[in-house]
Every structure is written in C-alpha cells, then in structure tokens.
Write a protein that binds this ligand. Structure first.
Ligand SMILES: Nc1ncnc2c1ncn2[C@@H]1O[C@H](COP(=O)(O)OP(=O)(O)OP(=O)(O)O)[C@@H](O)[C@H]1O
Length: 238
C-alpha cells in the first residue's frame, strides 16, 4: 500500500519587494531593492539620511508604485492593483504611524481613532466601541474627549498607534514613529507598539535612525544607496 504523505504548506513571505527601482523625478531613490518580510515579524529599516528608507516603506505599503520590479503582499502583486484597490488595501490591511502630523487636531482622540473604521463603512456605534477598546489597551481611555492638538508628543503617538491598530491590520508601517519624542517617551511608544503587535501577530515595519528602536525589532536591514542589505549577512539580501 502506498503511504499518502500530506504536503506541508511552506508559508511564503507576507510582504516582498523584488528588485524594485524607484526614482523621484530624476533622483533615483531605490535601485534593485529587495526585501522579504515574514508574517508576524518586527523589522527595522535603518540607513543614512536620503538612502531610500521612506521610499522603500512607501513602495511596500502601496503608497508609491515601483518604476520597475514587483511588490507582493499575501500572495498578490500589490504594484499591479489600481489606485482604488491599493487605497482599499491600505485602509483594510495596513496601519500607519508617522513621525507627526497624522492626527486631525480639531477632532477628539476618540474621533481620530474611530476615523479609519468610519471611513471603511463601520457603523458609528461599533466604530466608537472599538475605538474605546483600542484606547483602553493603550491606557488612553481617560483622554478620549480631548482634542488631539492638546496632547503631548508621546500621548499623540500612542493615539496614532491606537488608530493604526483599530482596524486590526496585518501590517503596521511606522516611519520614524519616535523621531519627534524624547528618548524616554520614544522607548515607551516603541515598547507599546511592539508589545501590542506581538500579542496580535501583527507584522511591523519600522523606519528609524534610532538604534534603541531597532533593538526592539526581530531583524534589522540597512538601506544604502537605494539597496537593502542585511548587516549580519556577508552579502546583500538578494
Ligand atoms: N518627493 C520627492 N521629490 C524629489 N526627491 C525626493 C522626494 N522624496 C525623496 N526624494 C529623494 O529620494 C532619495 C531617497 O529619499 P527617502 O526619503 O526615501 O530617504 P530616507 O532614507 O527615508 O531619508 P531620511 O532618513 O532623511 O528620511 C533622496 O535622495 C531624496 O532626496
């Protein structure tokens, strides 16, 4: 009798850039940049100023499209989706935390956190219930009625994390999330982001200049002259 051996599925990367080139006007920002990110991984992207880190993050998140090369997300070509499909994917599967300026200052904390859900069509009552839960997890529930323009930098970044997590995304993209904070607030914000992401199995890709932020990650890559290198490998990552 022939034994039947079930094939064990080998999970591929959740997110992948394959030999991506991208210029801003005549300035080349990425040159054959390749990077694979596993589901649940916390990845830090480091590198000198102007080396292409933000451009890489934006290509991985479908904010920018590559001039050549491919971006894959969850087994699909992200770069081939039209603008509307990419926006929808960003709204439903991705969360974003930037350095500053991401919250609407005229709105309350609770409004800001509920906003991505409301924009995605979640009913008002449910959106505010989930926003309240997200704020509670970040120990911000007492600030729900405050306008975000009145918050400290560290509080604002915690609200931004609550807002990024409220849609239960698969990936959070963070571009210098602690760049505008003092080192203690920066560390607290990063610990919160990484702690919650690990609890929920969310993949995090964080661009940072700060070695302490990178130390919270599972892995670190360096972007130099538009190429991705793994500092602990002897050669460039593909
Ligand atoms: N909108 C733009 N228009 C023109 N050039 C741009 C634009 N955005 C980025 N660049 C250029 O592309 C290159 C890569 O920029 P990018 O912002 O990706 O680098 P970075 O590593 O994130 O830099 P930093 O650490 O200073 O934020 C740089 O030479 C930059 O000047």
């Amino acid at each position: 009798m022939t034994a039947v051996i079930d094939a064990v599925p080998v999970p591929g990367p959740l997110l992948e850039a394959r030999s991506v080139d991208r210029a801003h006007g005549r300035t080349p920002a990425l040159r054959a940049a390749s990077l694979s990110v596993a589901a649940g991984e916390i990845l830090a992207i480091m590198g000198p100023s102007g080396s292409g880190k933000s451009t890489l993050l934006h290509c991985l998140a479908g904010i920018l499209t590559p001039d050549t090369g491919e971006v894959w997300f969850d087994g699909r070509r992200l770069d081939l989706l039209n603008d509307a499909r990419r926006s929808e994917l960003r709204r439903t599967a991705f969360g974003f935390v930037f350095q500053f300026g991401q919250l609407v200052p005229e709105l309350t904390v609770a409004d800001n956190v509920a906003l991505p859900l409301l924009l995605g069509g979640t009913r008002r009552k449910q959106a505010y219930r989930r926003a309240g839960e997200a704020l509670l997890r970040l120990k911000l529930d007492d600030l729900g009625e405050r306008r975000t323009g009145e918050l400290s930098g560290g509080q604002a970044q915690r609200v931004a994390i609550a807002r990024a997590l409220v849609t239960r995304p698969k990936v959070i993209f963070a571009d210098e999330p602690t760049g505008a904070l003092d080192s203690l607030s920066g560390e607290q914000v990063m610990e919160l982001l990484v702690g919650l992401a690990r609890e929920e199995g969310v993949t995090v890709i964080v661009v940072t200049h700060d070695a302490r932020v990178a130390a919270c990650a599972d892995r670190e890559v360096v972007v130099r002259d538009g190429k991705v290198t793994d500092p602990y490998a002897s050669e460039a990552v593909r």
